[in-house]
Unconditional design. Structure first.
Length: 222
């Protein structure tokens, strides 16, 4: 399936008219979520190379690794990004105690568009700056006509109109983002967003920094 800017605009508008956040399966290429649950996943499985290279923050020698699966259109993910993540970064990532990895788990095509823009913004700090910007402005672009708002946000990140158009038309990247989600659902039993894995232990929902600290602190002492 080839996605063009016109097709994407039509698809995104249709999603909004249909009620917003819709899970995609079947013809879209996204697998249905396996209903089985897992409380933890071995770290060697979680860290095995996937369809896309990980964007990593923090020291590679950090004793704790947190992997977050999130959808760019998920309001709980946006709240986690705005409220919990800054404290997590200040207290644990920037101090070398936690290595943090954000992975895509799009709930709809509009979420894939946000993920595409983040990947097109660049690696490392540029990637995470775009993630934070999209979450901070989520209410502005998760709307009936998202394209003009996404263009404005892309410009703030230094993405030109030409790059923006090419980014949303990047079928290879689109497919790889879908594969990241499919692997998470199939192999790691991710069912909702946000889902975190803290040294392999699965934690779901918009958790507070206090709740995270209860998981992190014992791992720092062990």
């Amino acid at each position: 399936m080839t996605i063009t800017r016109r097709k994407f605009l039509h698809s995104a508008s249709a999603l909004a008219l249909a009620g917003g956040i819709l899970a995609i399966a079947g013809k879209s290429g996204l697998a249905l979520i396996d209903e089985a649950r897992a409380d933890s996943v071995p770290m060697d499985q979680l860290m095995a190379p996937g369809a896309l290279p990980d964007q990593v923050l923090g020291s590679k020698d950090a004793p704790v690794t947190i992997i977050e699966y999130a959808s760019m259109t998920c309001p709980h993910c946006a709240n986690f990004s705005k409220v919990t993540y800054p404290e997590l970064k200040k207290r644990y990532i920037d101090t070398g105690k936690v290595r943090y990895i954000f992975r895509e788990f799009p709930l709809d095509r509009l979420a894939i568009a946000g993920s595409l823009l983040a990947r097109c913004a660049g690696d490392g700090d540029k990637f995470y700056a775009m993630i934070e910007l999209l979450f901070a402005q989520q209410a502005q672009w998760v709307v009936r006509a998202p394209i003009p708002h996404l263009i404005d946000l892309a410009k703030q990140a230094g993405i030109t109109q030409q790059t923006f158009d090419a980014c949303l038309a990047n079928q290879d990247m689109f497919d790889k983002i879908v594969k990241v989600r499919e692997q998470a659902a199939k192999d790691f039993k991710v069912e909702s967003t946000p889902t975190l894995f803290i040294n392999g232990e699965k934690v779901t929902g918009d958790v507070s920094i206090e709740e995270l600290e209860k998981k992190i602190q014992p791992l720092l002492k062990s």
